[in-house]
Design a protein around this ligand. Sequence first.
Ligand code: ATP
Ligand code: MG
Length: 444
Amino acid sequence: MSDHLRDLRDQYTRTLHDYLLEGGEKNLHRAYELGRRALADGLGVLEMVSLHCDAQATVAGTIGAREEMSALIKSAATFFAEAASPFEMAHRGFREADVSLRQSEERFRTLVENAKDVIYTLSTDGAITSVNPAFETITGWAITDWLGKSFAPLVHPEDLPVALVFFQRVLRGETLPIFELRVLKKSGDYLHAEFTKTPLVKGGQVVGVLGIGRDITERKRSQAALRRMNQTLEEEAKRIAHALHDEAAQLLASVYIALEGVSRDLPPSAGRKLQKVKTLLDPIEAHLRQLAHELRPTILDDLGLIPALEFLAQGVSQRANLQVTVGGQQVGRLPTSVETALYRIVQEALNNACRHAKASRATIRLEQNGRLIRCVVSDDGIGFDVPAVVNRKGHTGLGLTGIRERLNAIGGDYRIISAPGQGTTLQVEIPLEAQDATADPVSR
Ligand SMILES: Nc1ncnc2c1ncn2[C@@H]1O[C@H](COP(=O)(O)OP(=O)(O)OP(=O)(O)O)[C@@H](O)[C@H]1O
Ligand SMILES: [Mg+2]
């Protein structure tokens, strides 16, 4: 027996002795305090009972005659009840905590059972240790087909190396960004899913992985459809640009020749007037050429985004009463889908700055931060109430809608900062990772 326990037992015996002789609240209160101390020292109920029995036997030998015994035992029971009440309170606390823990577990279970996303756990060797019913709804497999088995055959072979690297990283305790994988359905098709994974930790050790998978096949399909539509639009723009460039230029050339012919038949004074008409045609031809190039600049395909934006800025500056400058970093060549989308978005932002903003200056800034491309177009014009315009019923403008759709198709996002009288800033962000992911057609 430790010194500490011996001291507790001695004090208990002494206090019981005092109580049996004198009674009194003070001694009962001491009994209660001794009970609390025993609880804090980690004594169990049985040890407490044995402590009391020892003390009672010791005290019974020292006081009173045999006939007093029954009264003494009664008093000792009152004393014990007081000493044991901290245990009773602690146990009641445990019971209540247990009930509320069970209720919260129940709520959590209902949540997991009814979730639309697949929620699952994996052991450290990659076996599926639990998965909710959404797995059956989404993939067509029965849970029992996969419980206890490795997750690996469920992942598209091309995506498996990435999945395994991420799995190991989570086991090392890392929290990962959201990532995408193709998952095998019972039908043999693959669905696109987006995953978040975190380590399952018990007693400070990683014992597995908790994951949530969301079916994003529909989102992928509409992104692919939007991309195809944008490609068709680009091809159409190219066709119109060539028609404008070649045919309109041809037509103007024939107007020149016709005017030449007419001026030869006219008296010199009328010929000079005709000459003026010809000089008016020159800037028209130049503008037509510029517009044809802006519509689908070959510069964009040949030299990339920054030269194309500079060309666009130069054209707008010449045509409209707006000084446009291009700044930022020297960003290298980007995926065609990103370059085309950014060109179109900037083109629309400049159109808006010319048509609505009454701006005198506009700036275009392009930056690359790691795998994130950022493009900001600002003007110093009259600005506008963005929520009011976006929520306007029957909002007829196609510009902002087009910007949103182009970005949706390539996983980008945008923000407009504007207020009446304070100019307008359009901020666009496109993650380059998304380009690899969005490039996959569904169910390869
Ligand atoms: N830079 C800007 N300065 C001031 N107002 C703007 C600016 N950009 C957009 N707006 C406001 O937002 C509205 C919606 O713009 P959006 O580009 O969607 O349509 P639109 O330019 O009116 O028509 P569309 O682009 O189809 O020719 C505009 O009508 C205008 O009121
Ligand atoms: Mg517009």
